[in-house]
Design a protein. Structure first.
Length: 230
């Protein structure tokens, strides 16, 4: 009898993964338990001994876990990438962030901006403010919010805008809207890869889930949830 497959993944891909799991379970009769944390936390918890069958995090982190013997060598496969976007409360004034100048103006004009201080996206955004030369002006407006709640901060009156991966905005409450994606010149894609545990209880079940998650048949569902394939 198959055991439940333990899938441990980053918050940014969770909405897309959850949309796929019922289809996999119906087709295979297997069950999947999904846990999520921000990328660095997933890696730390696995390093500390957290049990898992499949992990979906940044490729470099999968490589690190492979090097330490937590992920099976040769099991890493590309999953997809997620772009950065800006969330606003539904019904708020339209936001133009299509150009770099418009994006900078929007950040300077906002009273408060939520960001995932503990996640990959938060690190990129903080560095971007330095690169654009607006850190002194914008950083005092930043509101650090845990990765899973960043987009929702705009409907909880914690921030006027939120900067977070597009997947998290599309999966947030109905009161949260995607005001726009980062302009192309500033866009940063967070890459995600799948790794299989080196300590598997059911190798066949894990292999089937990995193949399903990377198959072209689910590309349309992933795209609707904000995950791009190459």
């Amino acid at each position: 009898m198959h055991q439940q497959i333990q899938l441990f993944g980053a918050i940014a891909v969770r909405p897309a993964v959850l949309a796929l799991i019922p289809r996999f379970e119906t087709a295979t009769g297997l069950t999947v338990a999904v846990r999520r944390e921000v990328n660095p936390t997933v890696k730390k918890q696995i390093e500390a001994g957290e049990a898992f069958d499949l992990v979906i995090i940044n490729p470099s982190m999968v490589q690190d876990l492979t090097a330490t013997g937590k992920v099976k060598a040769g099991s890493q496969v590309w999953f997809g990438r997620v772009g950065m976007g800006v969330a606003a409360k539904a019904g708020s004034r339209p936001l133009d962030i299509r150009s770099v100048d418009a994006f900078i103006h929007a950040l300077k004009s906002a009273e408060t901006i939520a960001y995932a201080s503990d996640g990959t996206s938060g690190g990129y955004f903080s560095a971007l403010l330095d690169r654009l030369g607006i850190a002194d002006e914008v950083k005092p407006k930043l509101v650090a919010v845990p990765g899973g709640q960043t987009a929702s901060a705009v409907c909880q009156a914690k921030a006027e805008l939120a900067v977070v991966p597009v997947t998290s905005i599309l999966a947030a409450a109905p009161e949260v809207v995607l005001a726009g994606r980062f302009p192309a010149e500033l866009q940063s894609y967070i890459d995600f890869a799948i790794g299989v545990s080196a300590d598997l209880r059911d190798a066949e079940a894990a292999r089937r889930l990995s193949e399903f998650l990377t198959s072209t048949s689910v590309d349309d569902i992933l795209a609707a949830k904000g995950v791009e394939r190459r």
